[in-house]
Design a protein around this ligand. Structure first.
Ligand code: GTP
Ligand code: SPV
Ligand code: MN
Length: 583
């Protein structure tokens, strides 16, 4: 399919190493993909679902020991440990290549190697980047065909260039003890072995578009972030764009596809989805920050997705979707906890076992997912394919905080906004009555995804601010504050639109705010038609100084690991906050 000498030499090397029985180039045609679906069904790797109710949809079950990303087996192999920093696992590249060489040796014997050329971003866009993934899994091919742009057009776009990310994946024995997800940012190389689960094997996603791309962005002057991108249209038909970073399973897909409350819908407010997980951000010729979504599909959390919470996501998955680790109903459709209506009387659970509502195990794995084409989303943005992306008015950070963080606040300026992102944290579990969950620090929601030293990453964010003549305003939100009974105080989901409106009004200099220790807080959030006690609202828009004094201690402790690499500006913001709280 190509005469590219660099591609051919690399491919020959990988074939010699993994020794597949045959090699198949993925050209991206529907005919080839359809043949692969049939082959994958015949081998039992995927199962065809009810064609009438879910046309073009399939179910895949992973091994029970292979259901999520594995952070302890994920490595950033830069030439020195210092470059990878204290938040990443590191190994000397020579040692790691040697170790992986042994694991990959003969790993594709008796199997077929698929060569998948893919583009992150629209093919040919100046901001797009190309990768080639070699994988022995048809499931990977079919998922990559949804999540990225693949095939001949990509390899033609690459031409004779060697500017592509080399991605190698072998399922091998799905041996958790020998599972490795390894990145060599200085070689543009990713190697993944002994897994068949999404984030570990769809190498265009977290591995390339965040870990490798964040390193590229650092060197080239842009940002690769764990952010959704949405467009909010007002009744005048003006659309403003917001990029938001929340940790995994903290509401990006939901916010990206938000349906406004009825009274705002009637006025003409709309939300348009540009992306639900990853944003690449660059300074545009007009001095604003512009964002593209490098992906072409959604790899979304299934449980909790319903017509009530996220009707747009549900509608997106009604055809041409691959479901992973959800439950199978007797009529050949799917089910998961939190779907609309009653649980089925009988189903097959994610492990392939009989399931009834009396079963004590969950029917769908909590991290079960759908892989669905973005263009099927009812609210997909007209700018989804725009090569230059969309101009960002506001950046929003957020996490699950039972107590500390208010519903929303605005940072004082870019430097303070970077500090707000750097001090992000999220509770691992929802708190029980009176108790606070375990806080994990997760700067910019990038702790598992930053491909270099996080101190350098903070410095890069600060430097970016100096290079954006017209920077977005930076905000922080928390949909997850709990009352003393352990219940969410804020209705969330569609009602988050009320907060987004305040955010954009602030960007326009229209909404009022009061200055407090941590930033600017709303004097009021529109609660039209919302049955919420004013005292609860007041609580949501306030902070507990004692909780924040503890918070500052936690932040200081966390920053210690970065040593000299912690930018002075971040330390300065922390000192300022502490002084204000103690004043
Ligand atoms: P990843 O794909 O892992 O990066 O997750 P994500 O950030 O896209 O999270 P997602 O939107 O899939 O939501 C994860 C969970 O949070 C689901 O169970 C949602 O129902 C829940 N959730 C999302 N938004 C809200 C909200 O506004 N309020 C509450 N209470 N829960 C929410
Ligand atoms: C996440 O964990 O943030 C995801 C799913 O979006 S995965 O692709 O597995 O990383
Ligand atoms: Mn994610």
């Amino acid at each position: 399919m190509t005469n590219n000498k660099i591609v051919k030499a690399w491919l020959d090397e990988q074939i010699a190493l993994t020794k597949p029985d045959s090699v198949v180039w993925i050209d991206g045609t529907e005919a080839q993909l359809e043949a692969l679906r049939a082959e994958s069904c015949a081998s039992g790797e995927i199962m065809k679902l009810n064609e009438e109710k879910l046309p073009g949809c399939y179910l895949h079950r992973t091994a029970v020991n292979d259901v999520a990303r594995v952070e302890d087996r994920t490595f950033i192999c830069t030439s020195t440990k210092e470059e990878a920093g204290p938040t990443n696992n590191w190994e000397d590249p020579k040692v790691m290549y040697d170790k992986l060489g042994k694991l990959f040796d003969g790993s594709m014997k008796g199997r077929t190697m698929y060569v998948i050329p893919f583009s992150m971003g629209p093919v040919g866009s100046p901001f797009s980047k190309i990768g080639i993934e070699l994988s022995d899994s048809i499931y990977v091919v079919l998922n990559m065909a949804i999540m990225t742009r693949i095939g001949k057009a990509v390899i033609d776009q690459l031409g004779d260039s060697g500017d592509f990310v080399k991605c190698l994946h072998a399922r091998k024995d799905i041996d958790a003890q020998n599972r490795y997800i390894v990145h060599f940012p200085q070689d543009n190389t990713i190697m993944s072995v002994n897994s068949g689960y999404g984030g570990n094997v769809l190498l265009g996603k977290k591995c390339f578009a965040l870990r490798i791309a964040s390193y590229m962005g650092w060197k080239e002057g842009w940002l690769a972030e764990h952010m959704l991108i949405l467009g909010l249209e007002n009744p005048k038909g003006e659309v403003k764009y917001i990029a938001a970073a929340f940790p995994s399973a903290c509401g990006k897909t939901n916010l990206a596809m938000l349906i406004p409350p009825e009274y705002l819908k009637e006025q003409g407010y709309k939300v348009w989805t540009v992306g639900d997980d990853i944003a690449w951000l660059r300074v545009g010729p007009d001095g604003r920050l512009w964002a593209v979504n490098p992906e072409a599909g959604f790899f979304g959390v299934a449980p909790g997705t319903s017509n009530k919470t996220n009707a747009n996501a549900l509608a997106t998955t009604m055809s041409n979707t691959i479901f992973t680790n959800v439950a199978l109903r007797d009529d050949g459709t799917v089910w998961w906890e939190g779907m609309d209506g009653d649980a089925p009387g009988h189903a097959i659970d994610w492990k392939g076992n009989e399931w009834t509502p009396a079963s004590k195990d969950k029917a769908a794995h909590p991290n079960s997912r759908f892989t669905a084409p973005a263009k099927q989303c009812p609210c997909i943005s007209s700018e989804f394919e725009a090569p230059q992306g969309v101009p960002i008015s506001a950046i929003v950070f957020g996490g699950r905080r039972a107590k500390a963080a208010p519903l929303v606040f605005q940072s004082f300026d870019w430097q303070h906004g970077v500090f707000v992102g750097a001090t992000m944290a999220s509770e691992t579990t929802a708190a029980a009555i009176g108790e606070v969950g375990v806080v994990r620090r997760d700067p910019m929601a990038m702790i598992p995804f930053c491909g270099y030293h996080m101190g350098d990453y903070f410095a890069h964010w600060l430097a970016m601010g100096k290079n954006i003549p017209n920077p977005p305003q930076i905000f922080h939100v928390n949909w997850f504050r709990l009352d003393e009974n352990g219940k969410f105080m804020w209705p969330g989901f569609g009602d988050n639109m009320r907060v987004l409106n305040w955010i954009l009004d602030r960007c326009d200099g229209k909404a009022d705010a009061k200055e407090c220790e941590i930033g600017y807080m709303p004097t009021q959030i529109d609660t039209t038609d919302l049955d919420i006690d004013p005292a609860v609202m007041a609580n949501l828009l306030s902070i507990d100084k004692n909780v924040w004094k503890e918070e500052v201690k936690g932040q200081r402790e966390f920053f210690e690991m970065f040593g000299d690499k912690l930018p002075a500006a971040i330390k300065e913001e922390l000192d300022k906050l502490e002084a204000k709280l103690n004043a």
